[in-house]
Design a protein. Structure first.
Length: 417
């Protein structure tokens, strides 16, 4: 509907069709208000997004509402989405999000979620980020609320560990998101996201922690890798990689950029620059650009970046408890990310019946190529004839892309363009 929708009584059942873009049970550009009656709104399975109810604001004063988002192949699934605010005064609401690659919410609003009475059950499905209810602010005055998040999937465990830890330590959700990227050992992305989320007050500590742990990869990772693997697993020799044609090497950065940016446009600056450098090198026809980007330009950017970030680290901004918290969170998150990578490697080893060395999983952080070299070093300690470097570069590059995607997801969540 182009305007507002008000339901005073009766029974309303609406089911959205499967769609190549977005599918809606009820969609209104204005407010949706339920005074009484029974409303069942179900979004169909969709390529992009699926919503049970999508409106500028949602208010229920009585009656029963069942809103269910369908399965989304590319982005989001939500039971109820109302950017302007959600108000529950009375009645019964059951809102459910389904499986989605990016995030799934039972109920979502960028504004205020206010509950003055009634019964609300909000459940999200399996997704990268899941919340039963997510709001700009939540006010619960009366009523019964049951909000349950679904299963979180993905390999950036360290990032999400840091996010949850930062929230538990009292940081705001934006600050927690900026801090969390330290878990991927990705300095540039940490600085980029902190700037985008307007967290300049903690930009210095974030940069110091991220780059410190990138340089400490050879010290932090080996004990965790050895603790979680047996000597037999560390000695596993992986098969020689097949030759890769020049056409494949050129198509790789192009396809990755297109696919990732279509799914999550906010990642374009991060993934685009990463893949542009890759394309320069693999094309073999712009040698001067390749040499300049890999040497002169890189050093110029490092100097400018270090100077600008350093200018924010005054004694008052840097020497405080928040800095200590950020450093601790970074260490814990990096350890979680390394451990999760090794455990996923063990899982792949089991599935492949011993063909995958679990050590390469530790390279799934963004410290390229340091993390891959550490996988090689630990493997060579167990068997000097073992060569894992090129195998480990796969998860190492995937870690860079994954961290960029998570950063883009946080930007999308917080409405950053």
């Amino acid at each position: 509907a182009t305007g507002a929708i008000t339901i005073d009584s009766g029974t309303v059942t609406v089911t959205g069709e499967s769609a190549s873009a977005a599918s809606y049970g009820i969609c209104a550009r204005g407010a949706v208000t339920i005074e009484d009656g029974t409303v069942t709104a179900t979004g169909g399975n969709a390529v992009r997004d699926s919503y049970g109810i999508d409106a500028s604001s949602f208010t229920i004063n009585g009656g029963t509402v069942v809103a269910t988002g369908g399965e989304a192949a590319v982005r989001y699934s939500m039971g109820v989405r109302a950017d302007g605010g959600i108000t529950i005064n009375d009645g019964v609401v059951t809102a459910t999000g389904d499986t989605a690659p990016d995030f799934s919410y039972g109920m979502f609003t960028s504004g205020n979620f206010t509950m003055n009475g009634g019964i609300v059950t909000a459940t999200s499905g399996e997704a990268q980020l899941t919340y039963g209810i997510r709001g700009g602010s939540l006010t619960i005055k009366s009523g019964t609320l049951d909000a349950t998040s679904g299963k979180t999937v993905g390999d950036s465990v360290g990032i999400f560990a840091a996010y949850l830890g930062a929230m538990a330590m009292g940081f705001s959700d934006r600050a927690a998101a900026a801090i969390s990227i330290i878990g991927g050992a990705d300095g540039p992305t940490s600085i980029f996201l902190a700037g985008k989320l307007e967290q300049t007050a903690i930009l210095g500590p974030i940069a110091v922690a991220a780059y410190s742990y990138m340089s400490l990869v050879p010290i932090i990772q080996p004990p965790i890798m050895k603790l979680l693997t047996t000597e037999k697993e560390r000695k596993i020799k992986m098969e020689q990689l097949r030759p890769v044609s020049k056409l494949e090497r050129i198509l790789f950065p192009i396809i990755i950029t297109i696919v990732v940016c279509v799914i999550l446009p906010t990642t374009a600056p991060l993934v685009g620059m990463l893949m542009l450098g890759n394309l320069f090198k693999e094309s073999g026809v712009v040698r001067q650009l390749t040499d300049t980007a890999a040497n002169v330009l890189m050093y110029i950017v490092v100097i400018l970046l270090g100077t600008s970030v350093g200018a924010t680290t005054s004694a008052e901004a840097f020497l405080n408890w928040d800095t200590i918290k950020i450093v601790i969170l970074g260490l814990v998150a990096f350890a979680f990310g390394t451990a999760a990578g090794v455990l996923f490697g063990k899982l792949m080893c089991w599935f492949s019946k011993g063909k995958v060395n679990p050590l390469i999983g530790s390279a799934g952080v963004s410290a390229v190529p340091m993390a891959a070299r550490v996988s090689q070093k630990v493997g060579a300690e167990a068997d000097p004839t073992n060569f894992l470097l090129m195998h480990a570069m796969g998860p190492n590059v995937a870690g860079v892309i994954g961290t960029a995607v998570v950063a883009g997801t946080f930007m999308a969540i917080f409405g950053v363009k």
